[in-house]
Design a protein around this ligand. Structure first.
Ligand code: F6R
Length: 243
């Protein structure tokens, strides 16, 4: 794993956007794996600014998102489809039909997961997968477990994740209890993985991810075995790690 230490969230967002932009410029028809949450918002803002300046063209890009809450549709402002449309897709020239997010409206979990796996197989290997890091070490919604799940599956969100995500909802009761997520196997098969981590509240878990044992109890620790994993973290997030 390569770890880049940056000063703050602004620098993190610029650096991550530059790496993604380089990918799009070098391979205009690349497949980008994308994440939601607070961590990549600044990255998407920077990518949008590059597009507006005329420096970036998304017209041939395909995107696959990591996850979606079960039960939320695109019009729900807490759905990850809504998030992606708002923070990136509606702001750049990506063809909407080549942006993929698991279907939160499909109530049959098996159907939803196999449909998303089919999409993932049809778009081919992800060139660059962007990730945030959960407080319990999750990536996508792959929560601490006894094994590393391979492909898309339905998960019960942990209490830690429900608590972390309730800030986006009117009340804790509104936070969905289940989600569909890309598996760890799919993430590990991406040619490059780019993790963005910001803030002192992530310092403990980030230290475990970088220096601890590889274990499904800390799902992101598997990235130690990825041949091309890059972590961009700010000083606060790396405050508990000796580099
Ligand atoms: C989002 C996702 C999650 C988040 C993680 C960190 O699509 O899959 O794994 O990346 O929960 O969230 P933030 O960035 O809000 O701290």
């Amino acid at each position: 794993m390569k770890v880049y230490k940056v000063k703050d969230y602004q620098e993190l967002s610029r650096k991550a956007a530059n790496i993604i932009a380089a990918q799009v410029i070098m391979k205009p028809d690349c497949v980008l794996g994308l994440a939601t949450g607070s961590s990549p918002v600044g990255t998407y803002d920077n990518l949008t600014a590059m597009y507006e300046k005329g420096d970036l063209d998304f017209s041939s890009v395909t995107t696959v998102n990591l996850d979606e809450y079960k039960g939320l549709d695109a019009s729900n402002d807490q759905s990850y489809r809504y998030f992606m449309n708002t923070h990136l897709f509606n702001r750049v020239n990506i063809p909407m039909e080549r942006t993929f997010v698991p279907d939160g409206t499909e109530t049959d979990s098996e159907k939803a997961c196999s449909a998303y796996n089919e999409i993932l197989h049809s778009v081919g290997t992800v060139d660059l997968q962007l990730l945030g890091l959960g407080h319990d070490g999750h990536i996508g919604f792959n929560e601490p477990a006894d094994y590393f799940p391979d492909e898309t599956h339905c998960v019960d969100l942990t209490e830690v994740t429900i608590q972390a995500n309730k800030r986006f909802f009117q009340s804790e009761a509104d936070v969905p209890r289940q989600a569909y997520t890309m598996g760890i196997g799919t993430i590990m098969r991406a040619k490059m993985v780019l993790v963005v981590v910001s803030g002192a509240d992530k310092a403990d878990i980030l230290n475990q991810v970088i220096t601890g044992p590889v274990t499904p109890q800390v799902p992101a620790s598997i990235l130690q075995f990825h041949p091309n994993a890059v972590i961009i973290a700010d000083e606060a997030a790396l405050s508990k790690t000796d580099l």
